[in-house]
Design a protein around this ligand. Structure first.
Ligand code: DC
Length: 233
């Protein structure tokens, strides 16, 4: 079922691996909106920094990274299976940016003010025409503080780690459940405690705890709000 809504911006924020992108993508598909995975943009910058030796442990060569950001391009292109892939300059890096190594470093990159300024600008540009669903950590608070619909998603760390572990194993990544849980707990801590744009619920966001909800139930939950508040019919 597709239905028409007013032209709006939908912001999904929340903890790592709580299924934001799955619901956000499904909602975008239902509405014929563009979906943007803002986390993929931070992941692409992280991958570039790792490849170019600009990150050592949690130590970052900020001068070089700053210079490199001036000429880097991060973008998305539709793929043949109905989804979209992440492009760092002209290279498809969709698989590499999901690795546990990138997940392990991305919080250090995403706490840098100049990285955030650059990516927030790009994200705001993408939403200029509205009709966009974007997920991340600061979408409803910083990127689109006037978004018409803001959803803050969460689930327990164990539930999120199990989902992420299953996903990584399915894709052939060699990881242990403990490693994934540890990574999620570490990212939660950094995301919530960083100085710039920490993960927090926007005052006007609606909370969706999906610990015990199927994908279908989550989509229906969002569509129900859209029908009640933003229907154009
Ligand atoms: O959504 P994700 O797990 O792919 O995001 C990867 C990392 O990027 C996450 O640890 C936090 C960071 N991030 C951010 O700081 N701001 C966003 N809008 C999106 C992601």
């Amino acid at each position: 079922m597709t239905f028409k809504t007013k032209d709006i911006i939908i912001a999904f924020d929340g903890h790592s691996s709580c299924g934001k992108s799955t619901v956000a993508k499904a909602v975008a598909k239902e509405l014929g909106y563009t979906y943007v995975d803002s986390g993929a943009m931070y992941r692409m910058i992280t991958l570039m920094a790792m490849r170019e030796g600009l990150i050592n442990g949690d130590n970052i060569n900020t001068a070089k990274l700053k210079a490199r950001l001036k000429d880097i391009s991060v973008s998305f292109k539709k793929n043949n299976s109905g989804g979209q892939d992440s492009f760092l300059d002209d290279e498809n890096v969709e698989s590499q940016i999901r690795s546990i190594e990138v997940s392990d470093k991305v919080s250090y990159i995403s706490e840098l003010d100049f990285v955030r300024t650059k990516l927030v600008e790009l994200q705001q540009e993408m939403g200029r025409q509205k009709r966009i669903v974007m997920d991340g950590r600061d979408i409803g608070t910083v990127v689109f503080p006037n978004a018409e619909l803001k959803i803050f998603m969460t689930a327990s760390a164990k539930v999120r780690a199990q989902r992420r572990y299953d996903e990584l194993i399915k894709k052939g990544h060699m990881v242990s459940f403990e490693e994934v849980l540890e990574n999620i707990e570490k990212r939660d801590f950094i995301d919530q405690n960083r100085e710039i744009s920490p993960l927090k619920k926007a005052k006007d966001a609606i909370v969706l705890d999906n610990s015990n909800l199927s994908r279908e139930e989550q989509l229906e939950w969002v569509l129900d709000i859209l029908r009640k508040k933003f229907s154009n019919e």
